[in-house]
Design a protein around this ligand. Structure first.
Ligand SMILES: Cc1cc2nc3c(=O)[nH]c(=O)nc-3n(C[C@H](O)[C@H](O)[C@H](O)COP(=O)(O)OP(=O)(O)OC[C@H]3O[C@@H](n4cnc5c(N)ncnc54)[C@H](O)[C@@H]3O)c2cc1C
Length: 432
């Protein structure tokens, strides 16, 4: 069966030789063995929310939409076992029904749990890192069709790497996550002068469990967001305000301004100044998933770099003047988040306290000049690209930026010597 597949951003597509929807772990194993016998490559895919070609294959595409159940959830310990294809939005709903929730998450909940883990998907957190850091154990179907489980106790060398595996080590059929009791977050959003935030960045991070900022290029304004736990009571945004601010400002209205900006780039600085001034301070308290995530209807392309947190103020000062210096007009805000150092081999926060800087362009816009300039800046401070977001680095440079790079590639050589799970992106970033 030939199917043309496209990712969310519409910038990656594939026509795999075959598409499989296995209904059990045994069937996943059979699919891998049959592909090996036919000399075909294999790739599991999640929700297609990566911007890179990380999930592409010309071989057998495996969709785990029938291996997508919550297996167990222990309300006392918070230990939750999910199958590989479960999407985050469904996991959040299932956890909420049981009085549980995830410690931290990214901006959206459309990804599969496994797809999100594989690329190191993260939100912002002073003490809590990427979703992969909340993983306790994983089960993978390896290149020979055998099943391997790993945790800190069992196959710890595989566990260190498999949490951010780039899909290169095997097909993840189940994940055990450490969840916790459901909690409320109070969101405090305030526009502030960018340079004030930059000067005091470490204080903002230290004083808040989840601090992030959005800076509007061509302006001196940043929207700061502080999310902190509270015992309540819940005070969600009124539906009218949510519709006006999220739908109109972030989605429908934003789409309109992006379109105008695409047609008339010279108008972008004025539009950005108007949009950033229109944002007003707001505070609300809601269940954590409602505060962590939002709907993103405006399609875009994104690059995100993880840099040592101490370098952030200098990098943001440079970035502030970059579009003007390069004669570029950028309509999308730059998003800045943080994560503590973690112990995962190829996590973007591996071994160092991290700040994330994400840049975006509206769909259909040529991202290259802007992204190239930002990438060069990030390279000056040893930046590591998000595995699922656009970048141009290859194994030669990435080896320099990840002290444990060889540990990962040695494990890949052992688990997948014939490169059953590779594709052009993995050949580039890990080596053939
Ligand atoms: C609108 C939007 C918002 C985003 N927000 C954030 C954010 O806040 N923070 C952040 O860090 N990132 C963010 N991202 C990036 C996104 O979270 C990652 O690219 C993520 O990997 C996508 O998950 P997915 O389920 O779509 O996986 P896919 O993109 O489909 O696949 C990603 C990788 O996982 C592999 N994979 C999937 N399932 C399996 C499996 N069962 N076994 C083995 N390998 C598997 C695939 O082969 C591929 O290599 C965002 C992306 C978009 C489009």
């Amino acid at each position: 069966m030939h199917v043309m597949w496209r990712n969310w951003a519409g910038n990656q597509s594939m026509t795999p030789a075959a598409v499989e929807h296995p209904a059990s772990v045994d069937e996943v194993s059979r699919v891998v063995k049959e592909a090996a016998a036919a000399g075909r490559r294999v790739k599991a895919i999640g929700s297609g929310h990566s911007f890179t070609g990380i999930g592409l294959t010309d071989g057998v595409l495996v969709q785990l939409d029938r291996v997508d159940q919550l297996v167990s959830a222990d309300a006392d310990t918070g230990r939750v076992v999910v199958q590989g294809g479960l999407p985050l939005w469904r996991l959040n709903a299932l956890l909420a029904e049981r009085g549980l929730g995830l410690t931290n998450m990214g901006d959206v909940d459309r990804q599969t749990v496994t797809g999100a883990i594989c690329t190191g998907t993260h939100g912002t957190g002073r003490d809590s890192g990427a979703l992969a850091t909340q993983v306790l154990a994983m089960e993978l179907v390896l290149a020979d069709g055998s099943l391997l489980t790993c945790s800190r106790e069992e196959n710890p060398d595989v566990f260190a790497a498999a949490r951010v595996s780039l899909g290169a080590l095997g097909i993840v059929t189940s994940v055990t996550i450490q969840a916790e009791g459901a909690f409320l977050l109070t969101a405090d959003e305030q526009p502030m002068p960018l340079l004030d935030v930059v000067d005091d960045f470490e204080r903002h991070v230290a004083e808040n469990e989840h601090f992030e900022l959005y800076w509007f290029p061509h302006t001196d304004l940043a929207l700061t967001k502080r999310n902190n736990r509270t015992s309540g009571p819940a005070k969600p945004l009124s539906t009218a305000r949510k519709v006006v601010e999220d739908e109109v400002l972030s989605n429908g209205f934003f789409e309109a301004t992006c379109r105008i900006g695409k047609a008339f780039p010279a108008a972008i600085p004025r539009i950005n100044r108007a949009v950033s001034k229109a944002l007003s301070a707001r505070t609300y308290t809601d269940a954590a998933p409602q505060v962590f995530t939002a709907k993103r209807r405006v399609r875009f392309k994104e690059m995100e770099y993880a840099i040592p947190r101490s370098e952030l103020p200098g990098v943001l000062r440079e970035l502030r003047t970059l579009p003007e210096r390069h004669g570029q007009r950028i309509s999308f805000p730059v998003e800045v988040r943080v994560a503590p150092a973690d112990d995962i081999t190829l996590s973007t926060a591996s071994g160092r306290d991290t700040a994330y800087v994400a840049v975006h362009v509206y769909k259909g816009t040529d991202e290259k000049p802007y992204f190239d300039a930002v990438e060069a800046l990030m390279g000056t401070v040893g930046g590591r690209p998000h595995w699922g977001k656009l970048h141009s680095l290859a194994a030669e440079q990435l080896r320099e930026r990840y002290p444990r790079f060889e540990e990962f590639t040695a494990l890949r050589d052992r688990l997948d010597p014939e490169r059953r799970f590779t594709n052009a992106y993995l050949d580039r970033v890990l080596g053939a």
